[in-house]
Ligand binder design. Structure first.
Ligand SMILES: [Zn+2]
Length: 249
């Protein structure tokens, strides 16, 4: 595409200023949306965190319930053994066998006691975990309500301005296509470096429209000829004469 070869400096300045006007309007729309997109994103992240916290707690409760049921099975097994050993004690031939069975019975009784103790501990833990879930769920509910509100707000603003913004973005792209890449890069770089996104500033009562520093009269004349692209020596913005700005607007 023959972008620049036939463009005069004046045409380049006009394209740049046109681009600036469009981009500034897009900036205004974005300001209108303000922090909302970021706030929505942050709330979504927080909600995800709460969700994963809740599912982790759920997993922990499942693990504890499984441990309880294992312990209960062990108790049944131990009780079966105890019954069996007690029966065997009735048929033993000597004291030694009887004592050895008594020891086994004692051991199984201790096992049952231990399991009962553990079950109690696990149940306590489950209670704590469930309380934690309750707390997180309350927070989650608040965050979800907040998110809904912010999203509605954002949708409303976006809905009102979406069509206009899309149109402007297309116009901005179309103009950038017409501008020499080096120059459009310069434009973007100035825009990114200044506070108000203004890379092309019209002269305002003898001063730079961006930083309000006075421009020497000779340079003002040079700017008015539109034969050169001139940057403000203070802020680096490209300066155009006030008439050019009026012609575009
Ligand atoms: Zn300046």
């Amino acid at each position: 595409m023959a972008k620049t070869t036939k463009q005069t400096e004046e045409q380049k300045l006009k394209l740049l200023y046109k681009l600036q006007v469009i981009d500034s309007t897009i900036d205004e729309i974005k300001t209108l949306r303000g922090e909302l997109p970021l706030q929505v994103k942050e709330l979504e992240d927080e909600i995800n965190e709460f969700d994963s916290k809740i599912s982790k707690i759920k997993e922990e409760v499942e693990r504890l319930n499984q441990a309880i049921s294992d312990r209960k099975n062990q108790i049944v097994e131990s009780e079966d053994k105890i019954t069996k050993y007690e029966k065997q004690q009735n048929t033993v031939k000597n004291n030694r066998e009887f004592d050895s069975l008594s020891k086994e019975i004692e051991f199984q009784k201790l096992e049952v006691e231990l399991s009962e103790k553990r079950i109690k501990e696990y149940k306590e833990k489950i209670k704590l975990e469930k309380e934690k879930t309750k707390e997180v769920k309350v927070l989650l509910k608040d965050k979800k309500a907040e998110l809904k509100e912010k999203k509605n707000e954002l949708d409303e603003i976006t809905g009102e301005t979406k069509i206009e913004e899309d149109k402007l973005l297309k116009e901005s792209d179309a103009i950038i296509e017409k501008i020499d890449e080096k120059l459009s890069n310069k434009y973007t770089s100035i825009r990114n470096n200044v506070r108000n996104g203004l890379a092309i500033a019209p002269i305002d009562r003898g001063a730079c429209g961006g930083c309000h520093n006075k421009i020497p009269p000779q340079i003002q004349l040079d700017i008015a000829t539109r034969k050169k692209i001139i940057s403000c020596e203070h802020c680096g913005r490209i300066i155009v004469d006030a008439l050019l700005a009026d012609e575009i607007n």
